[in-house]
Design a protein around this ligand. Structure first.
Ligand code: 5GP
Ligand code: MG
Length: 177
């Protein structure tokens, strides 16, 4: 598997530093919204699995986590083939929500899920992505918290896959599939 890696783009140490800083920002903001606020993390599976696990362990407030499915890539491809297929919505009515995804690319997934969550009348909805591609489509989508802005390259590791492989790599890497 290691042979497929072209290079490490973001090493594990840099990721964990940034995740801690994001958690501090999120904590500060939620405390400003409300004393002893509770937060529902809505995590978009499967790509955000490792990010959300690390992020939530750095958040000190009361939290519930809800998992959602969304997929726009199928099989051996590095370009999304269709509009995202989104699974069942969690119950977020009257809650402060933080929608967490791995990467903002076309922006379709985040926009779509955020729109659907808003229809359930949560108290607030903020969004958090670990990565955002420097593309007009991604930059145009309002996103509350962004870990890293990256060039338009296909990345894997730290939860992100190619054909469902490589999610276990601790670093974010560019591959040669
Ligand atoms: P969207 O195009 O809707 O903003 O991105 C949707 C999804 O496509 C992301 O949540 C992620 O699962 C996948 N995706 C987009 N860019 C990449 C990438 O560079 N690598 C991987 N592994 N997945 C990506
Ligand atoms: Mg995804």
């Amino acid at each position: 598997m290691i042979r497929d890696i072209e290079r490490i783009l973001i090493a594990r140490g840099a990721i964990s530093d940034r995740v801690r800083a994001l958690a501090e920002e999120i904590t500060r903001d939620i405390n400003e919204k409300e004393d002893e606020a509770e937060l529902v993390l809505v995590a978009v599976m499967t790509g955000s699995i490792i990010f959300v696990a690390d992020l939530m362990r750095n958040l000190p407030m009361k939290i519930r986590i809800q998992l959602m499915t969304a997929s726009s890539y199928v099989g051996k491809t590095t370009t999304s083939s269709h509009d995202p297929v989104v699974g069942k919505l969690p119950d977020v009515t009257g809650k402060h929500v933080l929608l967490v995804d791995d990467i903002l690319d076309s922006g379709k997934t985040l926009t779509r899920i955020q729109g659907e969550l808003e229809t359930l009348h949560p108290k607030s909805v903020d969004t958090c992505v670990l990565l955002r591609k420097k593309l007009p489509s991604a930059m145009a989508v309002p996103c509350t918290y962004v870990g890293f802005d990256i060039e338009d390259e296909f990345v894997v590791g730290y939860g992100l896959d190619y054909d469902d492989y490589y999610r276990n790599f601790p670093d974010i890497c560019v591959i040669n599939p």
